[in-house]
Design a protein around this ligand. Sequence first.
Ligand code: ZN
Ligand code: ZN
Length: 366
Amino acid sequence: MNMRLEALRALMREREVPALLVSAVANRRYISGFSGSAGNLLISDEAALLFTDGRYTVQPGARRTTFSLRTVSSERPLLTLIVEAVSELGLDIIGFEAAHTTVAAHTALVDALVKQGDTVPELRPVEGLVEQLREVKDAAELTTLRRAIAITDAAITAVIPELRPEHSELQAAWMLEVALRERGAEAISFPIIVAAGRNAALPHAQPGTTLLGSGQPIIIDMGGRVAGYHADLTRTIVLGEPDATFREIYGTVLAAQQRAIAGLRAGLRTSDADALAREPIEAAGYGKAFSHSLGHGVGLYIHEGPALRKPMPGQEDKAPLLRAGVVTSVEPGIYLADWGGVRIEDLVLITDEGCEVLSAAPKLSI
Ligand code: ZN
Ligand code: ZN
């Protein structure tokens, strides 16, 4: 039995969506196990169809899936197959993933359904159905995530002692990328960030020719991908002796992160989770310098739900609750334009009692 498919069907019944077209790549992979780059799912209570082309019908992932395969070809394009299936199943309402469907694709589908004649089914936009399921990781996903995280930890731990002040950010990023691949990552989760000195004041700096230098903050943000699942880790280091500013900022960020990790648990509002780290940073006078949210879910996407962030004004009691099984980053940071920045990021697994820190790369002790 495909437990994820059954969970999705339960959620569809709850939301009164009798059939769902799944077009987002990660959602399709999550529900069907099919990892090819092209394909769509049509799911109802009775049916689970995978539409893909001939390149993929021989792929192991396609053969393994519990979905019935319908092969798209130039003679029988995707829309024809969808319209056929819709009439075969007698569907009168079809949900589609509004966040992942272009206006052009929607228009083409409406046209094809109208052309087919009879009664035209209603296309109903839905949001976040599969995404909601994906937030809570099952055992197989956790095993894969742990592997991606362990590779990332091992790579940064091996490379940091090799870094020299005369290396550029780009050279350091390449050393880290090689180390990830050598340890079994299938890809990098995102372009590695190495930001030295004032560049570290930009949370999403791109590595360039700036040298790592001595005595200044260096932010390294990286992750390796395994079987589609991402890792996300940030360490801030200094080559040589850190200055007094670094000690103060680093100590503040580390204490904020530790406070958040100590307080995270299932049932906590995501906005209250953010506050755990934001309060001590504000109290230290750096509130404005913590310019992003505390964390984000990680899985088939590097950034997915839930978002651990400040509530919108007037929405203080409306943020969702953390659920057991969520894997989220915990990444407070302080960024000072004329100096640099510090960010420390670990991935944690939310449990009923608290959270388990999954990342194990050592942190600077100052
Ligand atoms: Zn990161
Ligand atoms: Zn992150």
